[in-house]
Design a protein around this ligand. Sequence first.
Ligand code: NAP
Length: 269
Amino acid sequence: MTPPIYQCALITGASSGLGAEFARQLAPISEELILVARRSELLDSLAAEIKKVTPHIKIHCLKSDLVDDDQRRQFIEAIHLMGLDPDLLVNNAGIGDYGDFVSADWQKTEMMIRLNMEVLTHITHALLPGMINKDGGGIINVSSLASILPIPDFAVYAATKAYVTSFSEALRIEMIEHGIKVLALCPGPVHTGFGQVAQRGEPTNVTPGGESVYVDAEQVVEEAVASIQMGKPRHYPGKKIALMAALMSSLPVWLLRKMMSRRPRRRAS
Ligand SMILES: NC(=O)c1ccc[n+]([C@@H]2O[C@H](COP(=O)([O-])OP(=O)(O)OC[C@H]3O[C@@H](n4cnc5c(N)ncnc54)[C@H](OP(=O)(O)O)[C@@H]3O)[C@@H](O)[C@H]2O)c1
């Protein structure tokens, strides 16, 4: 049996996609997991699945709509009341919205802004003092390849992820003296529940580059777990995505603008 690396790993948005995969892969190297999302029945069945493979692990499933201020505060209080003190935080919960900005539903846009930025920032702020007291820990902020690109029809999502990457890079520097590692994880497209939540009505378009640029959730999480242990500041999982990110980051802004304005538009239905 692999000895545990983390005493307690907290994963937001663990009910599906990358979050559920983080739970599966962190279980063998953690003593305790805290899983949070709104769909508690999915968290419970994930916990049962993990327990079959890793019987020693303690799993706490907490139902919370993290966008709701009261529920988020209660969630943070519950962690403290249970005496839990995570040394690994995976800020994974996030949603997207495909389509032009002007026709976006404001409630969905607001929810995306709050979940992708405010929730991630608040939970990090609430848990960091515990990590600092322990003299170590790790934070994986799930950002996106979109964080380095201004993307038409994905404008607000890309902007929220630009925040996540920038915040993670700065926080990483502040945390060096406390021995806390901070990773901005920047995946390209991955098959999860993300696309279904992001689309407006019927699916309307495909990702430029098609299936060949997709990376499996398993691989994304494997690379993330390795990267946080190595203390990497930022990681783009998958060789093609890493190459695309290196190319995009080296382009002058005028050329990037030209490329993005020629990108096929994803029209809402
Ligand atoms: N899939 C991709 O192509 C891709 C690419 C780059 C980055 N990402 C990022 O990866 C992260 C995970 O997304 P995913 O691809 O795994 O999509 P997903 O399968 O849709 O998972 C999203 C998770 O967020 C949770 N969530 C959503 N709203 C919530 C709320 N109000 N309160 C609590 N939890 C909430 C969902 O749980 P409940 O619905 O049960 O609450 C779910 O567990 C996101 O930050 C996303 O931006 C995804």
